[in-house]
Design a protein around this ligand. Structure first.
Ligand code: HEC
Length: 279
Protein backbone atom coordinates (compact mmCIF):
# COMPACT_ATOMS: atom_id res chain seq x y z
CA UNK A 1 0.00 0.00 0.00
CA UNK A 2 2.74 2.47 0.97
CA UNK A 3 4.74 1.81 -2.17
CA UNK A 4 1.65 2.28 -4.30
CA UNK A 5 1.04 5.57 -2.66
CA UNK A 6 4.58 6.73 -3.25
CA UNK A 7 4.43 5.81 -6.92
CA UNK A 8 1.26 7.67 -7.46
CA UNK A 9 1.95 10.77 -5.47
CA UNK A 10 1.56 13.06 -8.47
CA UNK A 11 -1.84 11.69 -9.41
CA UNK A 12 -5.01 13.46 -8.31
CA UNK A 13 -5.61 12.52 -4.75
CA UNK A 14 -9.09 11.18 -5.33
CA UNK A 15 -7.74 8.16 -7.19
CA UNK A 16 -5.08 7.21 -4.70
CA UNK A 17 -4.73 8.17 -1.11
CA UNK A 18 -8.27 9.44 -0.94
CA UNK A 19 -9.72 6.06 -1.67
CA UNK A 20 -8.37 4.65 1.54
CA UNK A 21 -8.56 7.82 3.61
CA UNK A 22 -12.07 8.95 2.66
CA UNK A 23 -13.85 5.79 3.83
CA UNK A 24 -11.79 5.86 6.99
CA UNK A 25 -12.74 9.47 7.68
CA UNK A 26 -16.30 8.60 6.75
CA UNK A 27 -16.29 5.80 9.29
CA UNK A 28 -14.95 8.12 12.00
CA UNK A 29 -17.54 10.78 11.16
CA UNK A 30 -20.32 8.23 11.27
CA UNK A 31 -19.26 6.87 14.65
CA UNK A 32 -19.00 10.40 16.04
CA UNK A 33 -22.45 11.23 14.69
CA UNK A 34 -23.80 8.04 16.20
CA UNK A 35 -22.33 8.95 19.56
CA UNK A 36 -23.90 12.41 19.32
CA UNK A 37 -27.23 10.81 18.53
CA UNK A 38 -26.90 8.62 21.61
CA UNK A 39 -26.40 11.54 23.94
CA UNK A 40 -28.82 13.84 22.13
CA UNK A 41 -31.54 15.38 24.22
CA UNK A 42 -29.00 16.11 26.91
CA UNK A 43 -28.79 19.70 25.71
CA UNK A 44 -29.73 21.86 28.63
CA UNK A 45 -30.37 25.53 29.10
CA UNK A 46 -27.73 27.47 31.02
CA UNK A 47 -27.88 26.36 34.64
CA UNK A 48 -28.47 28.54 37.65
CA UNK A 49 -25.45 30.13 39.27
CA UNK A 50 -25.50 27.93 42.38
CA UNK A 51 -23.74 24.60 42.15
CA UNK A 52 -26.35 21.85 42.15
CA UNK A 53 -26.26 18.57 44.02
CA UNK A 54 -25.63 15.74 41.63
CA UNK A 55 -26.88 12.21 41.97
CA UNK A 56 -25.93 9.13 40.03
CA UNK A 57 -29.04 8.89 37.88
CA UNK A 58 -29.48 5.44 36.32
CA UNK A 59 -31.08 7.03 33.26
CA UNK A 60 -28.24 9.45 32.51
CA UNK A 61 -25.73 6.97 31.11
CA UNK A 62 -25.72 6.56 27.31
CA UNK A 63 -27.46 3.18 27.62
CA UNK A 64 -29.17 4.09 30.89
CA UNK A 65 -32.66 2.98 31.83
CA UNK A 66 -35.14 4.21 34.40
CA UNK A 67 -35.37 2.31 37.65
CA UNK A 68 -38.97 0.98 37.46
CA UNK A 69 -39.45 0.91 41.24
CA UNK A 70 -38.22 4.50 41.52
CA UNK A 71 -40.70 5.52 38.79
CA UNK A 72 -43.59 3.85 40.61
CA UNK A 73 -42.66 5.38 43.93
CA UNK A 74 -42.13 8.72 42.17
CA UNK A 75 -45.65 8.58 40.76
CA UNK A 76 -46.94 7.92 44.27
CA UNK A 77 -45.10 10.99 45.60
CA UNK A 78 -46.40 13.11 42.73
CA UNK A 79 -49.99 11.94 43.13
CA UNK A 80 -50.10 12.18 46.91
CA UNK A 81 -48.10 15.38 47.40
CA UNK A 82 -47.34 17.48 44.30
CA UNK A 83 -50.69 16.90 42.56
CA UNK A 84 -52.40 18.99 45.24
CA UNK A 85 -50.94 22.06 43.48
CA UNK A 86 -49.28 21.00 40.22
CA UNK A 87 -51.01 19.66 37.10
CA UNK A 88 -49.36 17.39 34.55
CA UNK A 89 -51.45 18.24 31.52
CA UNK A 90 -49.63 16.02 29.09
CA UNK A 91 -50.05 12.83 31.09
CA UNK A 92 -52.78 10.26 30.67
CA UNK A 93 -53.23 7.36 33.05
CA UNK A 94 -52.50 4.85 30.31
CA UNK A 95 -48.99 6.34 29.98
CA UNK A 96 -48.26 4.70 33.33
CA UNK A 97 -48.35 1.26 31.69
CA UNK A 98 -46.46 2.06 28.51
CA UNK A 99 -43.05 0.46 27.93
CA UNK A 100 -40.10 2.48 29.18
CA UNK A 101 -42.12 4.02 32.05
CA UNK A 102 -43.27 2.85 35.48
CA UNK A 103 -44.86 -0.10 33.63
CA UNK A 104 -47.77 -0.63 35.96
CA UNK A 105 -49.97 -3.41 34.55
CA UNK A 106 -53.12 -2.37 32.70
CA UNK A 107 -55.22 -3.61 35.59
CA UNK A 108 -53.19 -1.59 38.07
CA UNK A 109 -53.68 1.49 35.91
CA UNK A 110 -57.45 0.94 35.84
CA UNK A 111 -57.47 0.90 39.63
CA UNK A 112 -55.23 3.99 39.87
CA UNK A 113 -57.40 5.96 37.39
CA UNK A 114 -60.67 4.92 39.05
CA UNK A 115 -59.65 6.80 42.19
CA UNK A 116 -60.45 10.04 40.36
CA UNK A 117 -63.63 11.29 38.70
CA UNK A 118 -64.19 13.29 35.54
CA UNK A 119 -67.19 15.04 34.06
CA UNK A 120 -68.56 13.26 31.01
CA UNK A 121 -71.67 13.48 28.90
CA UNK A 122 -74.12 14.57 27.85
CA UNK A 123 -76.14 11.43 28.58
CA UNK A 124 -79.38 10.48 26.77
CA UNK A 125 -81.23 13.19 28.70
CA UNK A 126 -78.69 15.87 27.85
CA UNK A 127 -77.21 15.97 31.33
CA UNK A 128 -73.52 15.94 32.18
CA UNK A 129 -72.47 13.33 34.70
CA UNK A 130 -69.48 12.33 36.78
CA UNK A 131 -67.81 9.02 36.20
CA UNK A 132 -64.67 7.30 37.40
CA UNK A 133 -61.59 8.05 35.27
CA UNK A 134 -60.39 5.45 32.79
CA UNK A 135 -56.85 4.76 31.53
CA UNK A 136 -57.55 6.96 28.46
CA UNK A 137 -58.32 10.00 30.66
CA UNK A 138 -55.79 12.69 31.58
CA UNK A 139 -54.39 13.14 35.08
CA UNK A 140 -56.75 15.43 37.03
CA UNK A 141 -55.70 19.07 37.34
CA UNK A 142 -55.84 20.54 40.86
CA UNK A 143 -57.24 23.89 39.69
CA UNK A 144 -59.75 24.97 37.05
CA UNK A 145 -57.38 27.52 35.55
CA UNK A 146 -54.29 29.63 36.21
CA UNK A 147 -56.19 32.34 38.08
CA UNK A 148 -57.69 29.82 40.49
CA UNK A 149 -54.21 28.28 40.97
CA UNK A 150 -52.68 31.67 41.75
CA UNK A 151 -55.55 32.63 44.06
CA UNK A 152 -54.85 29.52 46.17
CA UNK A 153 -51.07 30.01 46.20
CA UNK A 154 -50.68 33.61 47.31
CA UNK A 155 -50.37 34.83 43.71
CA UNK A 156 -47.65 32.36 42.67
CA UNK A 157 -48.28 29.85 39.93
CA UNK A 158 -47.48 26.17 40.49
CA UNK A 159 -46.17 25.31 37.02
CA UNK A 160 -47.35 22.28 35.09
CA UNK A 161 -44.82 19.55 35.86
CA UNK A 162 -45.16 17.57 32.59
CA UNK A 163 -42.06 19.11 31.04
CA UNK A 164 -40.49 20.91 33.96
CA UNK A 165 -37.32 18.78 34.00
CA UNK A 166 -36.55 19.81 30.41
CA UNK A 167 -37.61 23.39 31.04
CA UNK A 168 -35.09 24.11 33.80
CA UNK A 169 -31.33 24.54 33.53
CA UNK A 170 -29.70 21.75 35.49
CA UNK A 171 -32.67 19.47 34.68
CA UNK A 172 -32.97 16.52 37.11
CA UNK A 173 -30.17 17.76 39.35
CA UNK A 174 -31.96 21.09 39.70
CA UNK A 175 -35.33 19.53 40.60
CA UNK A 176 -33.66 17.20 43.10
CA UNK A 177 -31.61 20.04 44.62
CA UNK A 178 -34.68 22.29 44.82
CA UNK A 179 -36.70 19.63 46.66
CA UNK A 180 -33.91 18.98 49.14
CA UNK A 181 -32.73 22.60 49.28
CA UNK A 182 -35.00 24.15 51.93
CA UNK A 183 -32.80 25.63 54.62
CA UNK A 184 -32.82 28.36 57.21
CA UNK A 185 -32.05 31.64 55.52
CA UNK A 186 -28.56 32.98 56.27
CA UNK A 187 -28.32 35.65 58.90
CA UNK A 188 -29.57 38.99 57.62
CA UNK A 189 -31.41 37.49 54.62
CA UNK A 190 -34.95 38.82 54.78
CA UNK A 191 -37.66 36.23 53.99
CA UNK A 192 -41.03 37.99 53.47
CA UNK A 193 -44.24 36.35 54.70
CA UNK A 194 -45.49 33.68 52.28
CA UNK A 195 -42.01 33.09 50.89
CA UNK A 196 -39.52 30.36 51.68
CA UNK A 197 -35.75 30.23 51.55
CA UNK A 198 -34.33 27.65 49.16
CA UNK A 199 -30.61 27.29 48.55
CA UNK A 200 -31.07 26.30 44.89
CA UNK A 201 -33.94 28.47 43.65
CA UNK A 202 -32.62 31.46 41.65
CA UNK A 203 -32.88 34.40 44.05
CA UNK A 204 -33.54 31.93 46.92
CA UNK A 205 -37.10 33.15 47.58
CA UNK A 206 -39.72 30.65 46.55
CA UNK A 207 -43.47 30.75 47.10
CA UNK A 208 -43.66 26.94 47.35
CA UNK A 209 -43.29 25.84 50.96
CA UNK A 210 -41.22 22.68 51.48
CA UNK A 211 -43.63 20.03 50.15
CA UNK A 212 -41.72 17.03 51.53
CA UNK A 213 -41.03 15.69 54.98
CA UNK A 214 -40.00 12.26 56.19
CA UNK A 215 -42.72 9.60 56.18
CA UNK A 216 -45.43 11.62 54.42
CA UNK A 217 -45.77 8.98 51.67
CA UNK A 218 -46.04 5.29 52.52
CA UNK A 219 -43.68 3.09 50.56
CA UNK A 220 -44.58 -0.56 50.43
CA UNK A 221 -41.36 -1.83 48.87
CA UNK A 222 -39.05 -1.12 51.78
CA UNK A 223 -37.38 1.96 50.24
CA UNK A 224 -36.51 4.58 52.88
CA UNK A 225 -39.35 7.01 53.56
CA UNK A 226 -37.12 10.07 53.69
CA UNK A 227 -37.13 13.47 52.00
CA UNK A 228 -34.01 12.49 50.09
CA UNK A 229 -35.57 9.31 48.71
CA UNK A 230 -38.89 11.04 47.89
CA UNK A 231 -37.01 13.79 46.05
CA UNK A 232 -34.96 11.27 44.13
CA UNK A 233 -37.99 9.19 43.16
CA UNK A 234 -40.26 12.04 42.14
CA UNK A 235 -37.41 13.56 40.12
CA UNK A 236 -36.97 10.24 38.31
CA UNK A 237 -40.69 10.17 37.60
CA UNK A 238 -40.72 13.76 36.32
CA UNK A 239 -37.68 13.10 34.12
CA UNK A 240 -39.44 10.16 32.51
CA UNK A 241 -42.58 12.29 32.04
CA UNK A 242 -40.49 14.96 30.30
CA UNK A 243 -39.05 12.39 27.92
CA UNK A 244 -41.05 9.16 27.95
CA UNK A 245 -39.16 7.80 24.95
CA UNK A 246 -35.69 8.27 26.43
CA UNK A 247 -35.01 4.52 26.70
CA UNK A 248 -36.22 3.93 23.14
CA UNK A 249 -33.93 6.74 21.97
CA UNK A 250 -30.95 5.17 23.73
CA UNK A 251 -31.75 1.80 22.15
CA UNK A 252 -32.23 3.28 18.71
CA UNK A 253 -28.98 5.22 19.00
CA UNK A 254 -27.15 2.02 19.85
CA UNK A 255 -28.67 0.15 16.92
CA UNK A 256 -27.90 3.02 14.56
CA UNK A 257 -24.28 3.00 15.74
CA UNK A 258 -23.91 -0.73 15.14
CA UNK A 259 -25.51 -0.44 11.73
CA UNK A 260 -23.37 2.53 10.74
CA UNK A 261 -20.17 0.89 11.95
CA UNK A 262 -20.86 -2.26 9.93
CA UNK A 263 -21.92 -0.14 6.97
CA UNK A 264 -18.76 1.97 7.18
CA UNK A 265 -16.65 -1.20 7.25
CA UNK A 266 -18.41 -2.55 4.18
CA UNK A 267 -17.97 0.76 2.39
CA UNK A 268 -14.27 0.75 3.22
CA UNK A 269 -13.62 -2.67 1.71
CA UNK A 270 -15.91 -2.00 -1.25
CA UNK A 271 -14.08 1.23 -2.05
CA UNK A 272 -10.72 -0.47 -1.82
CA UNK A 273 -11.88 -3.15 -4.20
CA UNK A 274 -13.52 -0.75 -6.62
CA UNK A 275 -10.46 1.50 -6.83
CA UNK A 276 -7.85 -1.25 -6.61
CA UNK A 277 -7.23 -1.26 -10.36
CA UNK A 278 -7.61 2.44 -10.90
CA UNK A 279 -3.93 3.23 -11.11
C1 HEC B 1 -49.07 23.66 48.32
C2 HEC B 1 -48.86 23.72 46.90
C3 HEC B 1 -47.64 23.03 46.31
C4 HEC B 1 -47.24 21.72 46.48
C5 HEC B 1 -47.87 20.65 47.34
C6 HEC B 1 -46.08 21.54 45.64
N1 HEC B 1 -45.78 22.71 44.99
FE1 HEC B 1 -44.28 23.01 43.68
N2 HEC B 1 -44.78 24.97 43.50
C7 HEC B 1 -45.84 25.56 44.13
C8 HEC B 1 -45.86 26.98 43.79
C9 HEC B 1 -46.88 28.00 44.28
C10 HEC B 1 -44.75 27.20 42.95
C11 HEC B 1 -44.28 28.52 42.33
C12 HEC B 1 -43.22 29.07 43.23
C13 HEC B 1 -42.71 30.44 42.81
O1 HEC B 1 -42.80 30.78 41.64
O2 HEC B 1 -42.19 31.14 43.69
C14 HEC B 1 -44.11 25.91 42.78
C15 HEC B 1 -42.98 25.70 42.00
C16 HEC B 1 -42.44 24.46 41.73
C17 HEC B 1 -41.38 24.22 40.79
C18 HEC B 1 -40.74 25.25 39.88
C19 HEC B 1 -39.50 25.89 40.44
C20 HEC B 1 -38.90 26.80 39.40
O3 HEC B 1 -37.72 26.66 39.09
O4 HEC B 1 -39.63 27.66 38.86
C21 HEC B 1 -41.13 22.88 40.80
C22 HEC B 1 -40.11 22.13 39.97
C23 HEC B 1 -42.01 22.30 41.77
N3 HEC B 1 -42.80 23.29 42.31
C24 HEC B 1 -42.05 20.95 42.04
C25 HEC B 1 -42.88 20.39 43.01
C26 HEC B 1 -42.86 18.99 43.35
C27 HEC B 1 -41.97 17.95 42.69
C28 HEC B 1 -43.77 18.82 44.33
C29 HEC B 1 -44.09 17.54 45.06
C30 HEC B 1 -43.02 16.90 45.74
C31 HEC B 1 -44.39 20.12 44.59
N4 HEC B 1 -43.81 21.05 43.77
C32 HEC B 1 -45.39 20.35 45.51
C33 HEC B 1 -46.77 24.96 44.94
C34 HEC B 1 -46.71 23.65 45.38
Amino acid sequence: MTTQMNETESRPCIFTRACSVVPFLGAVAIVVLGAMFLTMGGAKAAGPAVELKERDWSFDAPFGTFDRSALRRGYKVYSEVCAACHAMDLMKFRNLSQPGGPEFTEDEVKVIAADYTIEDGPDDYGDMFERARLPKDPFPAPFENENAARASNGGAYPVDLSLVVKARGGAENYIYSLLTGYEDAPEGFDVPAGMNYNAYFPGHLLAMANPLSDEIVDYEDGAPMTVDQYAKDVTTFLTWASEPTREARHRLGFQVMIFLTVFAGLMYFTMRKVWADAH
